[in-house]
Design a protein around this ligand. Structure first.
Ligand SMILES: NC(=O)c1ccc[n+]([C@@H]2O[C@H](COP(=O)([O-])OP(=O)(O)OC[C@H]3O[C@@H](n4cnc5c(N)ncnc54)[C@H](OP(=O)(O)O)[C@@H]3O)[C@@H](O)[C@H]2O)c1
Length: 272
């Protein structure tokens, strides 16, 4: 697995999200989740993003990573209003993930960020967390995100960026580059729509020589071709897809002409 610097933290270029895929009761889904964790270890996708907003995800992660947590980097979030509620939620995340260190602590959707930021800064000074971030999914949140970025008090942003959702290219990615802010890309497959909602089969022939054998790999390589991106966090309920998707993170950077080719295939093949 290739790595990039997320500010001063070396991370695999493909990690894993957990929003829907780990929101399960332990009894229901732990076996497959343990296999997903093993696929992450095998493929080197050992950076995991989660949040208390994903209900049972932090707990399911903590349980399915039992004995293996030290092989992973964690990114979680605070999603709460008010100082005390936020602090309790942050403490609970450490407990559920069964860790005393979180690599990236983000403020989910920037909710009550002015309240949480000083406490996250305190945790960072105490060595409990490495980086502080903010997340927001859609472009209407970008102006506020940029205001927060300009305070220089956060180190990472988490945003949507994929072949059909390219608004981040206008101002967000240039500003992140200018300020040295790390970029975590959520929804690189548009929550699955880009991989599944295909009207015509994309022609992968010109990509085969480059090592791309599946359409989702092409979509992930397309995002990674932007050097301003630090890491992608795709997700899947299927352990074998974690392995297949991770191949995109082992390839050299896609040349421009292949990136253009993938864009054209997306326009030709995807349902609009
Ligand atoms: N505001 C926020 O902070 C925020 C918002 C949204 C997301 N996030 C984070 O970003 C992560 C990623 O977002 P996401 O999970 O929505 O997006 P995603 O990775 O773009 O899409 C995941 C979906 O793609 C499908 N998929 C994955 N690999 C595939 C393959 N090889 N072939 C076919 N289908 C495939 C999965 O279905 P199967 O399970 O069937 O494989 C899953 O439904 C989340 O888990 C979360 O951690 C953060």
């Amino acid at each position: 697995m290739n790595t990039r610097m997320l500010v001063d933290l070396e991370v695999p270029v493909i990690g894993m999200g957990s929003a829907n895929t780990f929101n399960v009761e332990a009894e229901e889904g732990l076996d497959v989740r343990r296999r997903i964790i093993d696929s992450c270890i095998t493929s080197g996708s050992t950076f995991i993003d989660t949040s208390p907003m994903y209900e049972r995800a932090e707990k399911a992660l903590g349980m399915s990573m039992e004995g293996k947590a030290d092989q992973f980097q964690f990114a979680t979030k605070v999603w709460a209003v008010g100082k005390e509620t936020g602090r309790r939620q942050i403490a609970r995340s450490f407990e559920l993930l069964k860790t005393d260190h979180v690599h990236v602590f983000q403020i989910h959707n920037m909710v009550d960020w002015r309240t949480h930021l000083p406490y996250l800064e305190e945790l960072r000074e105490g060595g409990k967390i490495d980086l502080i971030g903010i997340s927001y999914t859609f472009p209407p949140g970008f102006p506020e995100m940029m205001e927060i970025m300009k305070t220089r008090r956060i180190h990472t942003i988490q945003i949507s960026y994929n072949i059909l959702e390219r608004e981040a290219e206008e101002e967000m990615l240039p500003l992140a580059e200018e300020l040295g802010i790390g970029v975590i890309v959520m929804r690189p497959l548009a929550s699955g729509a880009l991989a599944k909602d295909v009207a015509h089969q994309p022609d992968l022939t010109p990509l085969a020589e480059f090592g791309i054998t599946t359409w989702p790999q092409a979509l992930l390589a397309w995002v990674l071709a932007d050097p301003r991106v630090s890491i992608l966090i795709p997700s899947s309920t299927r352990p074998e897809r974690i392995l297949q998707n991770a191949v995109a993170g082992t390839l050299p950077t896609l040349p421009n002409e292949l990136r253009e080719y993938i864009s054209k295939e997306a326009q030709r093949c995807l349902n609009s």
